[in-house]
Design a protein around this ligand. Structure first.
Ligand code: IPM
Ligand code: MG
Length: 407
């Protein structure tokens, strides 16, 4: 056996041991708090890198108004956790420095802005993505990404598996020789079960009668095949809800097919397909800057924008024009998750009005559009207006009657 193969075999054996241990840990995960019993809810806020601090500041201002009485009474605390910057991560040589991870674990939920992920071959050392590390360390297995365009009859939710697939070993591939590079992907039965069950539960709770399992099982036979097999099995627990197997490439096409796309509601996907298709879907809604996401585990939960830190925008001096609605949408999901459903609904309605229906200000990401600060002021004024519900209902009714509906 050549030295390269012997090294690869030893490396592979180590990875497989780690993965089998992970399966056992997954089965024993503790449960998090019942939010109704928490007397002081601690929301950890991570400003991140690039446009992160801009969109965090504006989201924080909106939350300050929305939750003013809870913040004043101490029922809710917004706790800024600063150490998740690229500089600090590089200084520690770690995706999430230990003190930062400990601080995150002390929060009930986390609101996180994008963090920069160094790319292999770039100017920075090859540390792992802070997102990927946080999802793994806190076992945030479900990445829930809603996309809604009421005018087009679009109401999608993507349940992206968030802890395994192409990501779990994404930083652990190896060069077997100078000319042969190998990466690994790993999927587990309990990992598939928990995300697929969550998608079915969502479908049942919302009266949806089909769940689309999206893979490339025609090519990636073992891991995508396992995902499909588990889906068919879980579907038996949900009579009346169909399990449909779709391939990721045709889903990518149909998301922009005006005749088909409004028939879709719930998707469940392995990690990498979920990453790619949810960005495409967000573009249909108005861009990745408009989309928030929830990362949910049994014990912890983290809420974030679906996009990255946009270093190019900052380099080009356009940081102030970043769209903060992604992180504000993440805050909507966070408030819903902790049981503050009224505040969540109010913020969602204000964002629908400001970002989709009325659009008195438009964000373009450039100086010809509004700034993040202008947009936050608009959201705050909308929240404060006495007729939020009436305006929102009128806008929804108008959209339902518009010619774009169901295209
Ligand atoms: C996302 C992002 C991340 C991912 C990056 C920043 C590692 O694209 O949340 O979708 O690939 O998951
Ligand atoms: Mg992504």
């Amino acid at each position: 056996m050549s030295e390269g193969i012997a090294r690869a075999v030893a490396h592979f054996a180590g990875l497989m041991r780690e993965q089998l241990e992970r399966v056992e840990r997954m089965k024993k995960r503790p449960r998090g708090p019942a939010f109704a019993e928490v007397s002081r809810l601690v929301i950890g806020v991570c400003p991140g890198d690039g446009i992160g601090p801009v969109i965090t500041r504006e989201t924080g201002r909106v939350l300050g108004v929305l939750l003013s009485s809870e913040l004043a009474s101490g029922r809710v605390e917004l706790r800024v956790i600063d150490g998740l910057t690229l500089e600090n991560r590089l200084a520690h040589g770690k995706a999430i420095p230990d003190p930062v991870l400990a601080a995150l674990k002390e929060c009930h939920v986390i609101l996180k802005a994008p963090t920069t992920t160094p790319e292999k071959g770039g100017p920075y050392p090859n540390i792992e993505s802070a997102n990927v590390a946080m999802r793994r360390e806190l076992d945030l297995f479900a990445n829930v990404r809603p996309v809604k365009v009421p005018q087009l009859g679009i109401d999608w939710v993507f349940f992206r598996e968030n802890t395994e697939g192409a990501y779990i070993l994404g930083s652990k591939g190896l060069m077997v020789s100078d000319e042969l590079g190998v990466d690994f992907t790993a999927v587990t039965r309990p990992g598939c079960e928990r995300i697929i069950r969550m998608a079915f539960e969502h479908a049942r709770a919302h009266g949806v009668d089909r769940v689309l399992g999206v893979t490339k099982a025609n090519v990636i036979k073992t891991t995508d095949g396992l995902f499909l097999e588990v889906g068919a099995h879980i579907a038996r627990e949900f009579p009346g809800i169909a399990w449909e197997s779709w391939y990721a490439d045709i889903v990518a096409a149909k998301l922009i097919d005006p005749k088909r796309r409004s028939t879709f509601r719930v998707f469940v996907l392995p990690n990498l397909y979920g990453d790619i298709l949810s960005d495409e879907a967000a573009e249909v809604q108005g861009g990745v800057g408009t989309a928030g996401s929830a990362n949910i585990g049994t014990e912890h939960a983290m809420f974030e924008a679906i996009h990255g830190s946009a270093p190019r925008m900052v380099q080009e001096g356009r940081g102030a024009y970043a769209d903060p609605s992604s992180l504000m949408r993440a805050a909507v999901m966070m408030l819903g998750h902790v049981g503050m459903s009224e505040a969540s609904a109010r913020l969602e309605k204000a964002l629908d009005l400001c970002g989709q229906f009325e659009r008195r200000l438009v964000i373009t990401g450039r100086a010809d559009g509004a700034t993040a600060e202008d947009f936050a002021d608009y959201v705050i004024a909308t929240l404060a207006s006495g007729d939020l519900d009436v305006r929102w209902q009128a806008a929804v009714d108008a959209a339902a009657g518009s010619p774009g509906k169901g295209e």
